[in-house]
Structures are given as C-alpha cells and as structure tokens.
Design a protein around this ligand. Structure first.
Ligand code: TXA
Ligand code: MG
Length: 310
C-alpha cells in the first residue's frame, strides 16, 4: 500500500514534529535547521536538553553540511554500512545548531536503511530524530507504540514493525580512535572487518559519558525486569526463554537462541507486559549465545541492564 507522505512533509516544513519508521526503531523527526522545531522534539519527549540528537540523512552527499571533515575510517564505514543501523559521530561544522549537539563539538549522523524513511527525508531535508518514545520508556518498534506514548492523534507514518528493533550502534570517530558509544546490531567484529583491529568500547559507567544518552535510565517498562536463571514459572510474570524447558503460552515465549528475534521483539514485549499488567518480565540468561552472536548479545545486555536499573 502506498502511503501519501505529503501531509507529513508539509508538517515538517511548517516546523512541526512527525514520527516515522526506520529499520531500528521509530524516530521523532524535525527539521535539523529549525531551532523551534527541534525544541518541540525535546518538549514532546520530555528529553533532558544535555542529550544530543542524531541527524538523519537520505544520502551521503549531505554529510559535509554537518561534519567538518570525513576521516578515512569513517568513509570506509559509511561505504560499508550506510544505509544501515550505524550512527557515526564526527567533528561538527560550526553552523550545526547547539540544540542538536547539546553544545558538544561533534555531531552524530546516520542514513536509515528504510525506503519510506529515505523517501521522506529526501523531501523534507535532514531530520533530527531521537527514538519516538517518552523519555525513559522503551523505544517504539510499531506505530501504535508511538500513539501509546503521545496520543492517538499524533502524526505517525506507519511502516509496520521495525526490522532490527534495537537502536543503531553509535560509534565515535571524532578523535582518531574508533569507539563504540552505544552497542547495536553492527558490533566490534563487523566494524573491524572493514577498518581492521582496534575498535574500542566506551565504559558507559564513566563519570563524563561521551554519549550522554547512555547515563540516563532508559527502555523501562513499568514491570520489573529480571535477567538470570529461570527456575520456576509464575503466572503473574512474562517469560522470555531460550531453553524450551516450558512450552509457549500467553506468558511464555521461547526464542531458542535467536538473539536477532529477541532484539526485534524486546521493546514490544516490554510494552505488552505493561498492557497485560504483568509484574515482571523475566529474561533467561543469554551467556551461552555470546560467542556466536556477540553483537546482538552486547546490544541486548546493554538494553536489559538499563531497563533493570532504577
Ligand atoms: O536507531 C537509532 O539510532 C534511532 C532511530 C530513530 O534512528 N534513534 C535514536 O536516537 O536512538 P536517540 O536520541 O534515542 O539516541 C541517540 C544517542 C544517544 O545515546 C545520544 O547521547 C547519542 O546518540 N549521541 C547523539 N549525538 C551525539 C554526539 N555528538 N556525541 C556522542 N553521542 C551522541
Ligand atoms: Mg532513545
């Protein structure tokens, strides 16, 4: 079914916000050159102003409107992974709005691997787009999640369920070294296959986080999130299991070690837990899949840890 994008394009041109799908999660888009539109993004989400935004582009020609220059390794990563779930942090051009970068001298850029998203951005121009959830809630992977957070009449381009389900990998190349600030589907192994050994992982517990978003509690359902060994089943909880020790039921879902599927569905399960009033979401240990699926493992553990923290 063709979606008529013109009313949404008009809204962006009028300085309003519009939610749109990407391959990772739904984004809350606004014109990257319009300060009052960007302020609406922060207001709509209830987002702390010191957490910078990712600029979404339709093609690589626009990178130098935002980035001061493109280091060789960054160029290689763009060629290999764009469009795709990789956000690249580079030194910014002076004219990039401080509202976007929270006063940092860097800017985060990505081209989403989603036809509808790229057609939209081709017409609107570059869009800032944080995940389209209220700050602290799980990121939206379906249009209905956006409406749950922002109301039934909120403008959302409905592209169905997103394919990746966890937010993009954020990688910093602004200072020579290559540092993963937020793990995602594209992990150390994928990055090193393109630029060679030496990719670092930032310590998100650092006192001055490089990726400010990583310091906030995130991705949280109202239910408690438990991660560990599952020894028994309680009907008040939702279980995300790997072992097939218990057959699938309304509150038991088996993933059989498919961490891609768990990534795709995690936030939807968190939100379902709240809809159905489950007390806890209990996620069975993933350690045994770490060696075979290291990138998904790291991305999932990062989100689960944040969802568990108070
Ligand atoms: O997959 C995604 O990245 C989604 C979709 C919509 O594209 N967007 C998303 O945006 O997750 P948001 O705002 O929820 O997360 C952006 C992350 C935050 O952790 C933020 O701190 C970091 O990117 N970030 C943005 N600009 C940065 C910069 N200049 N330096 C370091 N980190 C930055
Ligand atoms: Mg977010």
């Amino acid at each position: 079914m063709e979606i008529d994008l013109s009313p949404y394009i008009q809204r962006i041109k009028n300085g309003d916000v519009v939610a749109f799908p990407t391959e990772t999660v739904y984004g809350l888009g606004a014109n990257a050159w319009n300060p009052s539109a960007i302020k609406k993004v922060f207001e709509t989400k209830g987002r702390p102003p010191d957490n910078p935004l990712i600029v979404h582009l339709a093609n690589k020609d626009r990178v130098l409107d935002f980035a001061d220059h493109i280091p060789e390794k960054a160029q290689k990563l763009m060629n290999a992974f764009w469009p795709g779930p990789l956000t690249i942090v580079l030194k910014k051009k002076p004219e990039v709005l401080d509202l976007i970068t929270a006063g940092l001298d860097t800017v985060a850029l990505r081209i989403p691997d989603h036809d509808l998203a790229r057609s939209f951005i081709t017409k609107t121009g570059p869009l800032v787009a944080p995940s389209a959830n209220r700050s602290g809630r799980p990121s939206p992977t379906k249009a209905e999640h956006v409406k749950t957070d922002f109301g039934i009449d909120f403008p959302v381009i409905d592209g169905g369920a997103t394919q990746v389900g966890l937010e993009s990998t954020v990688v910093d190349l602004s200072e020579g070294q290559v540092v993963i600030l937020r793990p995602g589907k594209i992990g150390v192994a994928e990055l090193e296959s393109v630029i060679g050994k030496g990719v670092l992982i930032s310590d998100s517990g650092a006192s001055t986080p490089k990726s400010p978003g990583q310091k906030y509690s995130h991705y949280k359902p109202k239910a408690n999130v438990f991660y560990g060994e599952i020894e028994s089943i309680d009907p008040n909880n939702l279980y995300l299991l790997q072992s097939n020790a218990y057959p699938d039921q309304k509150n038991i879902i088996n993933y059989n070690g498919d961490l891609g599927k768990l990534s795709r569905e995690l936030y939807d399960r968190f939100r379902q837990a709240d809809l159905h009033g489950f007390e806890s979401v209990c996620i069975e240990e993933l350690e045994e899949f770490k060696a075979e699926q290291p990138s998904y493992f790291a991305a999932l553990m990062n989100r689960i840890e944040k969802a568990r923290s108070a």
